[in-house]
Design a protein around this ligand. Structure first.
Ligand code: ADP
Length: 514
């Protein structure tokens, strides 16, 4: 009965395999029998064929060697006593040839033969079988050596794969190292656990002003590299969620205590088994300075003509220069609305620039948050009525020592946003609570359209609007929240948003009472 399980040989080639050529493939094991006795050849061939082995048989040593070199078999059964060239000599030649040296050779000896075991092993034989054949024993030995050979080939293939992997990895490391060292972008590798520096490139040292020895093994906190660690932390938390963090704007503090504006991109990597962060930095300080200067010059230049334009439009609308047709009045009203929006935009830009440059000092006075709430609601009442939105205030009487105009500006902006993004019939709640450490926690809660989670932070950057059409449709400038954040920062407070899309948003303000 054929026994396919015993005869299948799962590796293809008998000579040293390359990772590509070695594939798992269940093929019939190929056995070469070299024996000068035709009866033996016939007996073994029949026996092995029945077991589903592929058998080639030859009667001469030289023919056997030629056949083995031309198509290396998986195993050779080799008679010792042969005329011309005996088994030992055949084996020696097989072992001397690169393509046949690893093929297992089992010697066949007749019972009466004088078997020189030492010589047989010395010339490279792996085993013996003796005539007359004990069938089960012959098959067991063949199976054993085929298995050993298969394992050996697998091992070789595995080694080759590993060597290939090691050299690929080494090449990748070299490439990374070259790019790391030559990169014009500052790059640092830190641990994820405590942001400890493991490697920095020359550009990073130039940016921060630190020598390598002063950075390595210290943490970003030791160096006070990020003046606002919470912002860096929020960039890191994007990594924890599995997303890459790309181009997050941050302030970076140099060794001399100067502040540079940078964009950081973070990538999570593993180094020596430890989770690490690849920090790729782009210094945009100069770009920002030019941009800000440009914006502020243009804004200044725009302000005067814009004001005179609005004045002229107002004069036209009074009718003193002649009555306008109904259509003319309509067009005039559109022009006035847009001109006023432009003035708001220019004013906001200049305001933000002044706040950012630290030009505006806080004008702190004593007031009560209850009064500030009342003033905000008074200012916003008409807008809320027009939008059919109800305003609720749950104020507490807390005396504060703040720049009251600036806090009023903040509250007005938050309330105006809440109204703008609420649906008719909606309700807005304005609350304040005094928390430990004399922190006033103000909340502006609406039931409006909400803000997607990935925009909760970016809306505090200038010109960032969730919907590109917000500026046009809602008359905003995209600068209000950036201004609010600057105002709170000047007060050593903070502002952030929480939201559920379609359910509403809560804007939180933490304001030290003085
Ligand atoms: P804008 O002048 O456009 O209101 P802001 O800086 O005040 O500028 O707000 C930025 C963007 O944040 C808005 O355009 C809007 O997309 C979003 N936003 C602000 N407040 C809310 C809110 N209460 N509900 C929904 N989206 C809001």
């Amino acid at each position: 009965m054929p026994d396919p399980s015993s005869s299948s040989f799962s590796l293809m080639s008998a000579s040293a395999p390359s990772p590509q050529t070695v594939q798992k493939k269940a093929v019939r094991a190929d056995i070469l029998v070299i024996d000068d006795t035709p009866e033996n050849l016939h007996l073994l061939s029949t026996l092995l064929n029945e077991r589903n082995y592929k058998v080639r048989s030859v009667t001469k040593g030289v023919t056997g060697i030629r056949g083995a070199i031309a198509a290396p078999p998986d195993l050779i059964l080799l008679d010792i006593n042969m005329p011309e060239m005996n088994g030992y000599e055949v084996c020696e030649q097989l072992k001397a040839n690169e393509s046949t040296c690893d093929i297992p050779v089992i010697f066949i000896s007749a019972l009466g033969d004088v078997l020189d075991k030492v010589r047989a092993f010395n010339v490279g034989g792996v085993d013996f079988i003796t005539k007359p054949f004990q069938i089960e024993e012959v098959l067991a030995r063949i199976r054993t050596h085929l298995t050993l050979r298969r394992l050996q080939l697998e091992q070789q293939a595995q080694n080759l794969r590993l060597q290939q992997e090691i050299s690929d990895r080494r090449r990748a490391e070299e490439t990374f190292e070259k790019s790391f060292l030559a990169s014009p972008s500052p790059i640092a590798i830190t641990t994820l656990r405590d942001y400890r520096f493991l490697a920095v490139n020359p550009s990073f040292m130039r940016l921060t002003g630190y020598a390598k020895a002063a950075i390595l093994d210290r943490t970003t906190a030791d160096l006070k590299l990020w003046p606002e660690p919470a912002l860096y932390q929020s960039a890191i938390s994007q990594l924890a969620q599995g997303t890459r963090c790309e181009s997050q704007e941050l302030e970076c503090r140099t060794q001399k205590g100067e502040y540079r504006t940078v964009l950081i991109s973070l990538e999570r990597i593993t180094l020596h088994g430890e989770s690490c962060v690849l920090n790729i930095i782009n210094d945009i300080t100069e770009r920002k300075r030019i941009e800000n200067e440009f914006i502020s010059v243009v804004s200044h230049e725009l302000r005067t003509p814009m004001h005179s334009m609005v004045g002229a439009l107002d004069l036209l609308s009074t009718g003193e220069l002649g009555e306008l047709s109904e259509q003319g009045a309509q067009i005039l009203s559109v022009a006035t609305t847009n001109a006023e929006r432009l003035i708001r935009l220019v004013n906001d830009i200049l305001d933000l620039e002044r706040l950012k440059s630290g030009e505006t000092r806080l004008n702190r006075t004593h007031c009560n948050i209850e009064d500030l709430f009342a003033q905000t609601v008074d200012a916003m009442r008409a807008m809320a009525d027009e939008a059919d939105v109800t305003l609720h205030v749950q104020a507490v009487s807390v005396p504060v020592f703040v720049d009251c105009d600036r806090i009023l500006q903040t509250l007005t902006n938050l309330l105006s946003n809440a109204i703008k993004f609420s649906l008719p019939g909606g309700t807005i709640l304005l609350t304040a609570a005094l928390e430990p450490d004399d922190i006033l926690h103000i909340r502006v809660i609406d039931q409006g359209r909400g803000i997607p989670p990935d925009r909760l932070e970016s809306i505090f950057e200038r010109f960032q609007q969730v919907d590109a059409s917000d500026a046009r449709k809602k008359g905003g400038t995209g600068l209000g929240l950036a201004i609010c954040r600057k105002i709170l920062k000047q007060h050593n407070g903070s502002i952030w948003a929480e939201s559920a899309v379609g359910e509403g948003s809560t804007f939180h303000v933490r304001l030290p009472v003085e």
